[in-house]
Design a protein around this ligand. Structure first.
Ligand SMILES: *[C@@H]1O[C@H](CO)[C@@H](O)[C@H](O)[C@H]1NC(C)=O
Ligand SMILES: *[C@@H]1O[C@H](CO)[C@@H](O)[C@H](O)[C@H]1NC(C)=O
Ligand SMILES: *[C@@H]1O[C@H](CO)[C@@H](O)[C@H](O)[C@H]1NC(C)=O
Ligand SMILES: *[C@@H]1O[C@H](CO)[C@@H](O)[C@H](O)[C@H]1NC(C)=O
Length: 361
């Protein structure tokens, strides 16, 4: 188990990794002690009633880790937490099943579930823990290059990562040092002070390395840096994400329920793209058994195609040829017929190899 490793790095570096949950969350520095809170209702519960408490940590690639459990005076836990946790059974009567976790490790980051069983029935609560690792500052010569280390647990099949390197400022607003998503560096978003001086190593992402090269270090670079790595999801729940290579063709998949018999005369399929102001830009329209050019955005002229022979199978997918960077965005596929209408959101991500700016040396 890797505990808190204090490398002799040049800048103060804080390291964050993992997905931020919507539940209550707590941030701790590596090596600190924390209390993961869990409170449950006790109204009507007799003071000496038996209460069972189990704290678990879900894992992506296996069964949940048992962090600490308490049942009939017996306590259990996994090796990873041996000797580092503490529950206070005296607190149960007051509805408090909070867990004390000592000497937080980087691997402790993640979400924690607290399950309580009493006469009143089951109760559960989730908390997420973010672990920041601070590396003490050291002197650096102006003009030198350094690599700020950041590692994360790589997941299989993880196509898209969202990596954000920030620098904390005294004013409280973080400076965006470097950001990477949609499969490429997002150089336009970076703070001007770092222009042309930063570089990630995408070829090492699969090893779980998101370290940042910072060139030509300046006095003003002094500060606390945070690295945050998370999977880039297909935005909101139902929305699916499709990636395309710049200049290639792509099929935006849209499958609608086709159990009912569709009348072709009434079938209407409209593909729109969400514009900058949230308005729908017409990408392709099909109705009255025909494709219509009226109203179609100029940029899509001659580049779109539907597959009418596939409609009876519920396939309203759109073929988009010669993909451009501007095609990236959120698409809505809307199918309507006499039975009603149905729609699906698809987000298109355009991958391209954008050359890195040449650093000044
Ligand atoms: C607590 O756990 C014990 C042992 O697993 C079980 O016998 C008991 O019924 C549990 N009590 C409650 C209130 O769930
Ligand atoms: C990437 O992550 C940052 C910070 O966690 C967030 O603000 C941003 O919206 C994310 N971008 C994408 C495309 O997911
Ligand atoms: C929809 O039709 C297109 C064109 O025939 C095909 O390439 C695609 O695989 C179909 N999609 C599904 C999910 O059947
Ligand atoms: C889909 O199209 C139908 C018919 O034009 C319309 O009534 C409906 O509001 C559209 N749905 C969405 C989500 O845009």
């Amino acid at each position: 188990m890797i505990a808190c490793h204090f490398n002799t790095l040049i800048l103060t570096l804080a390291f964050l990794s993992g997905v931020i949950m919507s539940q209550s969350s707590i941030t701790a520095q590596c090596g600190e002690d924390v209390t993961l809170s869990c409170t449950f209702p006790t109204l009507g519960l007799a003071a000496n009633q038996q209460v069972n408490v189990t704290w678990k940590k879900p894992r992506a690639d296996g069964p949940d880790l048992l962090v600490h459990s308490y049942s009939l005076g017996m306590e259990k836990q996994s090796e990873a937490y041996r000797g580092r946790t503490q529950l206070d059974p005296e607190g149960f009567a007051k509805g408090d099943a909070s867990l004390r976790l000592r000497d937080v490790h980087i691997q402790d980051e993640g979400s924690y579930s607290c399950f309580v069983n009493s006469e009143l029935g089951p109760w559960s609560e989730e908390t997420s823990l973010t672990v920041l690792s601070m590396i003490p500052p050291t002197m650096v010569q102006e003009g030198e290059d350094i690599t700020l280390s950041c590692s994360f647990e790589p997941e299989r099949n993880l196509q898209l990562l969202n990596i954000t390197w920030k620098k904390e400022t005294a004013e409280g607003r973080d400076l965006l040092v470097h950001t990477y998503y949609n499969g490429r560096d997002q150089m336009l978003r970076q703070n001007k002070a770092y222009l042309g001086r930063t570089q990630l190593y995408p070829e090492r992402f699969h090893e779980g390395i998101a370290s940042l090269r910072l060139k030509n270090v300046q006095l003003a670079d002094d500060g606390v840096y945070t690295c945050h790595v998370k999977p880039q999801l297909g935005v909101s729940g139902e929305e699916t994400a499709i990636t395309a290579q710049y200049g290639k063709d792509v099929t935006l998949t849209c499958i609608f329920p086709s159990k009912f018999k569709i009348s072709f005369h009434r079938l209407s399929i409209t593909w729109t793209k969400e514009g900058a102001q949230g308005q729908g830009l017409l990408v392709h329209r099909f109705y009255l058994k025909m494709n219509w050019r009226e109203g179609q955005e100029e940029a899509y002229r001659g580049r779109t195609q539907l597959y009418p022979q596939e409609f009876p199978q519920g396939n309203a997918s759109l073929r988009l040829s010669d993909v451009r960077l501007q095609d990236e965005g959120s698409y809505l596929c809307n199918v309507s017929c006499e039975l009603g209408s149905w729609s699906q959101k698809i987000s298109l991500i355009v991958l391209s190899t954008v050359p890195l700016p040449v650093p000044r040396s």
